[in-house]
Design a protein around this ligand. Structure first.
Ligand code: PGA
Length: 249
């Protein structure tokens, strides 16, 4: 089996460089454990250098849309690459909540591929309804966020299924493994219909939304290729607990 992919999404934490350094130091005590995974940390940009010098691979939490024009406040793919970034989280629900559209996500996916950075495209419904109507919103989001991609390009992306209602809660409020299996099948079907089965099969599907030590193993067994971990990745003990759970005999 391929190594599970674990991406720590630090969002806008920890609050200071010394805290980030201390967190990395604690995590590095379990370096050998993390080495059993494809391990990335997506820190706030000012901590990229620190992460790039650690045992983790650095990832970006976003990317600018392609432009040659000067853009105050933006980072370029070239800057990110110079810190070793080869993976970018795109279309996270917290960015979509700020107004990022699926078309903008699709443009960033293109720019990312062009720059040689693997896009990790986040999709997920805001809420669920008993009639399953959320499936059509999810489908629309997937298709929209991958608009304009060729089959060959689609084979180079990763997708994170992150139901918005399950983000930032606790394991008890996260998705149930059987619901995750169902959602994964749906995402795979949408990708297959759009890009063909052969290409769709090459896309690793991650899950994100309140992954903690006590639900990690069962969620992995639902067939995901790995996890995008938010709050638990900021707590060394909890984060190690997640990875340990994946390899428990
Ligand atoms: P969470 O965040 O693990 O805190 O739910 C996941 C994410 O937002 O990517």
């Amino acid at each position: 089996m391929a190594k599970p992919i674990i991406v720590a999404n630090w969002k806008n934490f920890p609050h200071s460089l010394p805290e980030a350094r201390a967190l990395l130091k604690s995590l590095s005590k379990k370096k050998a454990l993390f080495a059993k995974t494809g391990f990335f940390i997506a820190p706030p940009a000012p901590y990229l250098e620190l992460v790039s010098q650690s045992f983790a691979r650095p990832a970006s939490q976003d990317l600018p849309m392609e432009t040659q024009a000067p853009q105050t406040g933006a980072l370029s793919p070239e800057i990110l690459k110079s810190f070793g970034v080869r993976l970018a989280i795109l279309g996270h629900s917290e960015r979509r909540a700020l107004g990022e559209s699926s078309q903008e996500v699709a443009d960033k996916v293109k720019a990312s591929l062009k720059a040689g950075i693997t896009p990790l495209v986040c999709v997920g419904e805001r809420s669920r309804d008993a009639d399953g109507e959320y499936f059509s919103a999810l489908e629309e989001q997937i298709i929209g966020s991958l608009a304009g991609l060729s089959k060959k390009e689609a084979e180079k992306i990763m997708v994170a299924y992150e139901p918005v209602w399950a983000i930032g809660k606790s394991a008890g409020e996260a998705i149930e493994p059987q619901d995750l299996s169902e959602a994964l099948l749906f995402v795979k079907k949408v990708l297959s219909d759009r890009f063909g089965r052969k290409s769709a099969e090459k896309v690793p599907l991650l899950y994100g939304g309140s992954v903690e030590p006590r639900n990690a193993r069962a969620l992995l067994e639902s067939g995901v290729s790995g996890f995008l971990v938010g709050h638990a990745s900021l707590n060394a003990k909890a984060f190690q607990g997640i990875v340990e759970a994946l390899f428990e005999k």
